[in-house]
Design a protein. Structure first.
Length: 627
């Protein structure tokens, strides 16, 4: 089938030209904004020749074609009449997609996701302290004080973190935001926890009748203060002359918002927050594990809908109030079942392409990211997804019955074990994970997946055709690929992009850069240089096709901060400079500078294995390719 024929079928499966608002592309994916998702024939698209997968995300239908091919397919669909747009315009349009509730939840995610790492670290510190206590170790007083600093600080200053992040998301000055947030927990105010304990510490009475306490551990009041404060600061900046902006705007913002925060917004929304917390606990404490059964059964559906960030708010509230998080175990059960279903598909299928996709996707799930398993495998065949929901519900119910509650959030399954070591619940946690895995695997293996006959037949036909043309199957020789980036190696499965982390593009590694230079990883020919400078394609003498993709979604920067030094067709030696980039600009754009190094024709080799860990310097081997 020619590219033009494939493009025609893509447009037809998208619901025709009239259902497409715009189309753009990055290094690997065709990104389509559609008017009505229901009109997309997703099965038809996923079964098309050259399509490596497809999923709907952030208001875009993303069709994975792979490096080089996606450029040709983009040209074909545009030539056939699909409207084009820039990636920036598409991203802005995607942000408007969904109803008000979906947009609100995405905003919650934007605010709370940057805070999660410190909550994760605090939870791990709690786990270590609990483990030492469980082992009967008596710590010196100064060491005990130090452990309390590690475990308590994040929750004491939590309102400061929330206001800072909210200001950042809503366009305010984050520095003003963090100062305002820290005012809410000032040491000059009575500590909220001390007042709540009913001891000698009582609330202060401002003006003789307004009771005021610090907002230690508060989440919702800090979020509302951040939203109102950021919008107020922007309004003030519009009316203040530029010459006075530096002096007047922060002064007025902090003065007005500290009054509103302490005397109005804080007290009112603290009451609202308490009711939300009581409602959450009521669901979690339903008898016979029903709360866990319900949440475990619907969690992955909520992930598919894209509004799962609501759990971040609830988990942080629970941790701030009780320093334990029952949601974590329930969510772990749901994610374990999802990964187990993917393993079952990978074990049962005889389709080598699907096996290559399923096992990395399952590993990603067990490390805490289920999107590759959901979109790449389970939803594609439907039954595995829905059977995993049943297994997740049962596992979630078991978690509730066992009373499991982690000491943090943001990590699950394998990394999540650290949240249960110190609280004496590790055996129960492992039991819950084992049950969820066994159910997800067994249900899918027995009832959820059967290879389609035509898949095996197609693969055999393609293999025989190749052998008929060449007379024999020729495999490229063994080779070593050096790191194109100086920095710290990251497992591909940990990359925050389902296309790369699932292995759909091929096997390889990722590197978190410490230097902003891209080197040639081998003697090769440059086959692709994106005009934006964020990605390079090379082909080595032994046939390895290498994609170097600097950052995630960095195509949206339109070349800002990137400078390529080579052109398509150039011959380069290992260690030659391909280009440079500016990590600071990538981070300032709100993007991840993690760089992927992928052998896109992995299937042509007997093995493609990462051989590096930790830090890598120029010239270090990172991938071994064997014929």
């Amino acid at each position: 089938m020619t590219n033009t024929e494939i493009a025609k079928k893509v447009i037809e499966a998208l619901g025709g030209r009239e259902n497409v608002n715009s189309v753009a592309h990055c290094a690997t994916r065709l990104r389509v904004m559609v008017k009505d998702e229901a009109k997309i024939n997703k099965d038809a698209i996923e079964n098309l020749e050259k399509v490596q997968g497809a999923f709907f995300n952030s208001g875009q239908y993303q069709i994975i074609f792979g490096t080089g091919t996606v450029n040709k397919m983009y040209d074909e669909v545009v030539a056939l009449g699909l409207p084009t747009t820039s990636k920036d315009e598409m991203k802005a349009e995607a942000a408007k997609q969904g109803n008000w509730f979906q947009r609100a939840i995405r905003t919650f995610g934007d605010v709370f996701v940057p805070i999660i790492p410190v909550i994760v670290a605090t939870g791990l510190f709690m786990g270590v302290r609990g483990l030492l206590n469980a082992l009967g170790m008596t710590l010196p007083e100064d060491v005990t004080t130090y452990t309390q600093i590690l475990t308590d600080t994040a929750f004491i200053i939590l309102p400061g973190l929330v206001v800072w992040s909210t200001f950042r998301v809503f366009g305010g000055n984050p520095a003003v935001g963090i100062v305002l947030g820290m005012m809410l927990v000032s040491g000059s105010l009575p500590n909220a926890w001390a007042v709540a304990s009913g001891g000698e510490v009582t609330a202060m009475n401002f003006f003789g009748f307004i009771p005021v306490v610090g907002l230690q551990g508060s989440v919702l009041p800090a979020f509302i203060i951040g939203v109102v404060g950021a919008k107020f600061e922007k309004a003030v900046r519009k009316v203040v002359p530029d010459v006075l902006d530096l002096l007047v705007t922060p002064f007025v913002t902090l003065l007005v918002m500290s009054i509103l925060g302490l005397f109005v917004i804080g007290p009112v929304f603290h009451v609202v927050e308490n009711y939300i917390l009581l409602g959450t606990k009521a669901i979690l404490n339903l008898p016979f594990g029903l709360g866990g059964f319900l949440i475990g059964g619907v969690h992955q559906v909520i992930v598919v809908s894209g509004v799962h960030h609501i759990f971040n708010l609830l988990e942080v509230q629970l941790l701030a109030a009780d320093h334990v998080n029952p949601f974590n175990a329930i969510i772990t059960a749901a994610m374990t079942a999802q990964g187990a279903a993917t393993v079952a598909v990978g074990v049962k299928t005889k389709n080598p392409k699907l096996k290559t996709l399923a096992f990395p996707a399952a590993l990603s799930a067990f490390l805490g990211i289920t999107e590759p398993a959901i979109f790449g495998v389970n939803l594609r065949f439907r039954k595995p997804f829905f059977l995993s929901l049943i297994a997740g519900a049962i596992g979630g119910g078991l978690a509730s019955i066992l009373g499991l509650a982690g000491t943090g959030n943001g990590i699950t399954i394998i990394p999540g074990t650290m949240l249960y070591i110190g609280n004496g619940q590790l055996p129960q946690y492992l039991l819950m994970v084992a049950v969820s895995f066994a159910l997800g695997f067994a249900l899918t293996y027995m009832f959820g997946y059967e290879d389609e006959a035509e898949v095996a037949s197609e693969a055999t036909t393609e293999r025989l055709a190749d052998e008929a043309v060449t007379g024999t199957v020729v495999a490229p020789s063994e080779g070593v690929i050096q790191t194109p980036i100086v920095g710290d190696v990251v497992a591909l499965s940990d990359v925050n992009d389902p296309v790369f982390s699932s292995g759909a593009m091929g096997q390889g590694i990722a590197v978190k850069p410490s230097q902003d230079v891209v080197y040639a990883p081998a003697d090769a020919e440059v086959t692709i240089v994106f005009p934006t400078g964020h990605a390079y394609g090379l082909k080595t003498a032994n046939g390895a096709e290498i994609l170097i993709h600097v950052g995630i979604d960095t195509v949206s920067m339109n070349g800002e901060g990137f400078d390529q030094k080579v052109a398509q067709g150039d011959k380069v030696k290992a260690g030659d400079v391909l280009g440079t980039f500016d990590s600071a600009k990538i981070v300032a754009a709100g993007l991840d500078n993690t760089t992927m190094v992928i052998v896109t024709n992995t299937a042509d080799f007997a093995s493609v294995n990462p051989v590096a860990s930790g830090s890598v310097a120029k010239g270090d081997a990172v991938i071994e390719v064997k014929a």
